[in-house]
Design a protein around this ligand. Structure first.
Ligand SMILES: Nc1nc2c(ncn2[C@@H]2O[C@H](COP(=O)(O)OP(=O)(O)O)[C@@H](O)[C@H]2O)c(=O)[nH]1
Ligand SMILES: [Mg+2]
Length: 331
């Protein structure tokens, strides 16, 4: 049976031969898949292209693109990785300092921060990784910065409330990133697809309106809301005075969409200091795998403690866990 590939498909296939950048290769492969006639004779070819796509995505998730010899990979640590970005001097480093107690370089001149750097923020009994990114403007945007944003679990976009230009700069920055297939969203909502081609990288994002101490009347905050309220939750904070930071910490954790589960040995107290951090929706089986690869295989049943609702009842391996559950695994 003939595959009957279209000229458009063959042309895309030709482009793939010379394409080097992973993102470009991904886009071409996805185009090929879309262009391929779907019938018996192309089944094998479809599977091949799909295989290449998933392999490439896997690779891209682990390596930020290399350009001019600059490449940064920040290994994920803790309950999740949150990228902190925005225009120069908006107070990104100061915000991180206030949230983590760490000591990133803070300066009243632009471009104090030149390399990405990870810091750990404590939230209750877990730690969340915040990545300080050198400033971005619509004009100054390195491809590795874009890759780091794509990989992160969530984003904080920081703007300066004292800067009347902030909304316009931010609008241009968002547009530029959208061209690079990064879309900041309030939630995992599914936007009507106004993207031609492969789906974009959608990042859960808070718009941090920093330096609220310099906008006491809230005028600039009002303008920011007019511009962006539909797209983001806008959180006014003051990194120097500390206003709004406790709330922000909580909301960052909630955004990561993870749960904490405490393991417990029979007859012992649960280990509250060392929660297992799992994706929301994880089951007892997932928990067992997180504890030890072998446990997942050998798991017979588990017992659950959850408020007054569960007080040690038996649950099966496909039971869905919730934040702060206590779980006793039996092999
Ligand atoms: N008044 C005020 N100044 C701030 C605040 N956050 C940062 N700054 C100042 O803004 C300048 C830039 O801060 P920095 O964190 O280095 O900005 P970055 O370039 O975005 O990392 C510094 O002089 C900070 O002291 C804030 O909440 N209120
Ligand atoms: Mg900085």
């Amino acid at each position: 049976m003939a595959a009957n590939l279209t000229p458009q498909y063959l042309e895309a296939e030709k482009r793939l031969k010379t394409a080097k950048a992973p993102q470009e290769r991904l886009e071409i492969l996805q185009e090929m898949l879309a262009l391929m006639p779907k019938h018996k004779a192309t089944e094998k070819l479809q599977a091949q292209v799909k295989g290449k796509i998933s392999k490439l995505k896997e690779e891209m998730a682990h390596t930020p693109s290399v350009k001019h010899g600059v490449s940064y990979l920040i290994p994920k640590q803790g309950a999740g990785q949150v990228i902190v970005l925005g225009p120069p001097n908006s107070g990104k480093s100061m915000l991180i300092k206030a949230l983590t107690g760490a000591d990133p370089e803070v300066g009243d001149y632009p471009f104090t921060t030149r390399h990405p750097a990870p810091y750990m923020m404590r939230f209750e009994n877990v730690r969340v990784q915040l990545v300080d990114l050198p400033p971005m403007t619509p004009e100054i945007m390195e491809s590795w910065q874009v890759e780091l944003i794509k990989i992160a679990d969530a984003a904080l976009v920081v703007v300066d409330l004292a800067d009347a230009e902030a909304p316009t700069i931010l609008e241009a920055l968002i547009a530029k990133l959208k061209d690079k297939r990064v879309e900041f969203v309030r939630d995992d909502y599914f936007a009507p697809d106004d993207f031609p081609g492969p789906p974009p990288f959608r990042k859960r994002t808070f718009l941090i309106a920093n330096k609220s101490d310099l906008d006491p009347g809230g005028e600039n905050l009002g303008t920011l809301k007019l511009f962006f309220e539909n797209q983001f939750a806008i959180l006014p904070v003051s990194s120097t005075a500390g206003d709004g930071l406790e709330d922000l910490r909580k909301r960052i954790f909630a955004y990561l969409d993870v749960i904490r589960v405490y393991s417990k040995a029979p007859g012992k107290k649960p280990e509250h200091d060392a929660p297992f951090v799992l994706k929301r929706g994880s089951t007892v089986h997932d928990m067992a795998r997180a504890v030890h690869m072998d446990f997942a295989e050998k798991l017979a049943y588990a017992r659950l403690w959850r408020g007054v609702e569960y007080t040690g009842q038996m649950i099966t391996r496909d039971f869905a866990l919730e934040d702060e559950d206590v779980c006793e695994l039996h092999l």
